[in-house]
Design a protein around this ligand. Structure first.
Ligand code: NAD
Length: 421
């Protein structure tokens, strides 16, 4: 199947899962069909053409999107993705997901997502800058610090956020640092944003292990993906004396049942370009890493890696979804039947959006926090969110994913009612 269709299907499946879940829990928590209709319909869908003068002088027109799903809980919030597979369906599904993620994290944001159908690897730095600025000019009237706050996503980064902020500020006529998050620290970015997803995931996992009465001494951790989320997670877990027995990147993985020294693995990867061939560890492939005997499995790379083919082979007792959507629908059902504890992505990787919210708070107040303060505030947000999901799972006798959606839906419906919608 061509990659772009596969990607699209995954997104669609994710939306179906959410809508399926909403219908499943509708009677449980007593929400009406009208409320579901509002919850599942994006407030605004915008498609723009983005003309860019290329380096060789010809003009190219790209397709751009911004979908504002819900503002029930606050300004819209969500990343902008640059990818050749970006289309309306994908951006819509992702905007939907952001609404639920922000609601579970209990931050005062709604959900949105943006994107441009482009392969940024084919653009020069100048073309990338002109594209980014042109996109912002096209959506400038719908974003703003109190309206909609974009952020980085796949193939967008701090430099692109700096251009977004600068272009928007030129249009408004004054510095508007709070219009985007994920900026460089020199331009109002927050300390701790680069490790926030991993750090938040670690706090969630520790809390859940405590709830499940699983001791640190009996916890072994296996991590698929050794980028921003996976590598930082491995480093933090190792620092706090958890035994990380296997890690992997796109080239393959390594395994040592006695535990890996993650700082040394990081140096090895920096020097050789991969974690593989690490002295004292056995090379394994990316399928094997998912099915190793381990207490905790952390998929931190791609969507849909745990599917109907391999879900039955998962031996981990706890799966922490640090990546977005690593477990597909069928696999979720298989794991549920096998009574595996899946900590859902909308909670597990919410540290990223929580620290993005802190960046916005700092920009608005013009007062900047130390790294220690960011950590302390992250704990204050993510632990109550974790507790709420855990208590909801016990109250309704459902798994943690369903519980996370119940938490989000209850909050959203309450907000809609109070607004009088
Ligand atoms: P990244 O690009 O920094 O890292 C991805 C890692 O996955 C790399 O080490 C890469 O080698 C590895 N990888 C690629 N293909 C692989 C494969 N087939 N098997 C094993 N490893 C493979 O990306 P990231 O920022 O760490 O994001 C990873 C996941 O976490 C994504 O699903 C992303 O949406 C999610 N996430 C990230 C953040 C964040 O703040 N970085 C926030 C929320 C969610």
């Amino acid at each position: 199947m061509p990659k772009q269709y596969k990607q699209c299907l995954l997104q669609l499946q994710k939306t179906c899962e959410v809508i399926g879940l909403i219908n499943e829990i509708k009677d449980m928590i007593g929400i009406t069909d009208d409320e579901i209709e509002i919850l599942t319909s994006p407030e605004r869908i915008v498609e723009v053409s983005v003309p860019v003068r290329m380096d060789d002088g010809h003009l190219e027109v790209f397709n751009g999107f911004r979908i504002q799903h819900s503002s029930a809980l606050g300004p819209f919030k969500g990343g902008v993705r640059y990818h050749p597979n970006v289309d309306l369906d994908e951006v819509q599904a992702l905007s939907f997901w952001m609404t639920f993620k922000c609601a579970v994290a209990n931050i005062p944001y709604g959900g949105a997502k943006g994107g441009i159908t482009v392969n940024p690897k084919n653009l020069s730095q100048g073309e990338l800058e002109r594209l980014s600025r042109a996109y912002i000019r096209k959506i400038a009237n719908m974003i703003g610090p109190d309206k909609d706050i974009p952020a980085p996503d796949v193939y967008t980064n701090a430099q692109i956020m700096a251009w977004f902020m600068d272009e928007y500020s030129r249009i408004i006529g004054s510095n508007q640092l709070a219009v985007v998050t994920g900026k460089p620290v020199e331009l109002g970015g927050s300390l701790g944003r680069d490790t926030a997803t991993a750090q938040g995931g670690f706090y969630v996992l520790e809390k859940m292990l405590g709830n499940l009465k699983i001791k640190k001494s009996e916890t072994t951790i296996t991590i698929q993906g050794f980028g921003n989320a996976g590598m930082n997670f491995a480093r933090i877990a190792n620092k706090f004396k958890y035994k990380v027995i296997a890690v992997s990147d796109s080239r393959g993985g390594i395994y040592n049942e006695k535990g890996l020294d993650i700082e040394k693995v990081i140096i090895h990867k920096e020097l050789s370009g991969t974690v593989q061939n690490f002295p004292g560890a056995k090379n394994i492939d990316n399928e094997e890493i998912l099915t190793l005997k381990t207490k905790v499995l952390v998929p931190a790379a791609l969507e849909g890696v745990i599917n109907a083919k391999n879900a039955g082979l998962i031996k981990a007792e706890v799966v922490l979804e640090l990546a977005n959507g690593p477990i597909n629908m069928e696999a979720g059902e298989i794991l549920s039947k096998k009574e595996k504890v899946v900590i859902p992505d909308i909670l597990a990787n919410s540290g990223g959006v929580i620290v993005s919210y802190f960046e916005w708070v700092q920009n608005i107040s013009h007062h900047y926090w130390s790294a220690e303060k960011v950590q302390a505030e992250l704990i204050e947000k993510i632990i109550p969110a974790t507790n709420k999901v855990w208590e909801t799972a016990s109250k309704y006798k459902v798994n943690l994913r369903t519980a996370a959606y119940i938490v989000a839906i209850e909050k959203l419906v309450k907000a809609l009612k109070l607004r009088g919608i």
